[in-house]
Write a protein that binds this ligand. Structure first.
Ligand SMILES: Cc1cc2nc3c(=O)[nH]c(=O)nc-3n(C[C@H](O)[C@H](O)[C@H](O)COP(=O)(O)OP(=O)(O)OC[C@H]3O[C@@H](n4cnc5c(N)ncnc54)[C@H](O)[C@@H]3O)c2cc1C
Length: 314
């Protein structure tokens, strides 16, 4: 999934001291110790396991977006293997009638090899997604890839309308990107951004990032586009929900998105009860270890949460 945890998350000072120590040393733990902690965040190692999780979430009213863990493939063969796996996923979603689309990272389908490699693999996925009435979201990686990822999105939009992009609220450039992209075809996930970026191009303070997050979502919804509001920040969700209802924005114009396994204090169920679409981002695959360590470092409170669940009687 997303590579490097952002400083702002690591700086979260609300940690209990024991959790903070555990978070600092967790990378050196063997895989068998990490595995129980990984469980809430990762939907298994295989497509079959991930699809079972999606079925369960669908039955609870959630939509899903499936992500194969990993990034930065360096050979055409590896980029093809990942693309083939996404093809298999799109076919399985269609055969099983599941409510899920896919999220792909450009470097996972070949952007480090060449722009053309990533584009060809993306177009292959978009063609299958179109046949199966599905949708492909292009995740946003760190800033060296922003221009190429937006270019991929714009080129895809010329041929397909079942494609979306991601804009990160921490980047100074993002409002300009949104106004450049804004149209009825625009389908963008707004997230805070997970990578460490320099203060010359990105806000570092939580309040500036939050303000820009709200501004970007409003910009999209005040225009004609579709916004996927991707955050676990309950204050942001509150603020945007209020604005959406005051401005009578139709529920077909936006959705809420969260990462699989992040505790949300019952908030997701209340969003569903209001008739909103809530999509869970479901990562799975053999690369579960590094991803889970990053999630645990982001929120060490999850360590006590998992320990409690491990020792709780059913
Ligand atoms: C659906 C989805 C898709 C995303 N796609 C991208 C992308 O394409 N590119 C990109 O750069 N970033 C992406 N991100 C990551 C995003 O940029 C943030 O870094 C991350 O989600 C944390 O930000 P937040 O909005 O939840 O706010 P924060 O202020 O970081 O967190 C709000 C609250 O949620 C808790 N929390 C946050 N994350 C976790 C976690 N993993 N586990 C447990 N608790 C947590 C925090 O402790 C805090 O209490 C995505 C996030 C989501 C939810």
């Amino acid at each position: 999934m997303f590579d490097e945890p952002s400083k702002l998350l690591l700086n979260s000072a609300l940690m209990n001291p024991l959790n903070s120590i555990l978070a600092a040393i967790i990378s050196i733990f063997p895989r068998w110790i990490i595995k129980p902690f990984a469980k809430p965040y990762v939907a298994g190692e295989t497509i079959t396991e991930a699809l079972v999780h999606i079925k369960v979430l669908n039955e609870k009213g959630f939509s899903a977006t499936l992500d194969i863990l990993g990034e930065h493939v360096q050979t055409n063969e590896d980029a093809t293997v990942i693309t083939n796996s996404y093809v298999e996923i799109l076919s399985a979603i269609s055969e099983k009638g599941l409510n899920s689309n896919i999220s792909i990272k450009p470097t996972h389908i070949g952007l480090d090899i060449s722009y053309e490699t990533a584009r060809d693999n993306l177009f292959r996925l978009l063609a299958i997604a179109k046949e199966t009435d599905n949708f492909v979201r292009i995740d946003m990686e760190d800033s060296p890839y922003t221009d190429a990822s937006i270019k991929l999105y714009l080129e895809a939009l010329v041929h397909y309308d079942n494609v979306g992009s991601v804009i990160q609220a921490y980047l100074h450039r993002s409002p300009e990107d949104i106004s450049r992209l804004n149209s009825e075809k625009l389908n963008v996930r707004i997230c805070k951004g997970i990578y460490s970026e320099s203060d010359t191009i990105a806000f570092q303070s939580r309040s500036e990032i939050n303000d820009q997050f709200i501004l970007l979502v409003k910009d999209i919804l005040a225009g004609d586009g579709y916004a996927a509001i991707a955050t676990h920040d309950l204050n942001l969700i509150d603020a945007l929900e209020d604005w959406i209802s005051e401005n009578e924005i139709a529920p077909e114009r936006f959705e809420f998105q969260v990462l699989f396994g992040v505790p949300m204090s019952g908030r997701l169920q209340s969003l569903l009860a209001k008739g909103y679409t809530v999509r869970q981002y479901i990562p799975f695959g053999e690369d579960w270890h590094d991803y889970s360590v990053r999630r645990l470092k982001e929120n060490p409170a999850i360590i006590s949460y998992v320990l409690k669940n491990m020792f709780k009687k059913d």
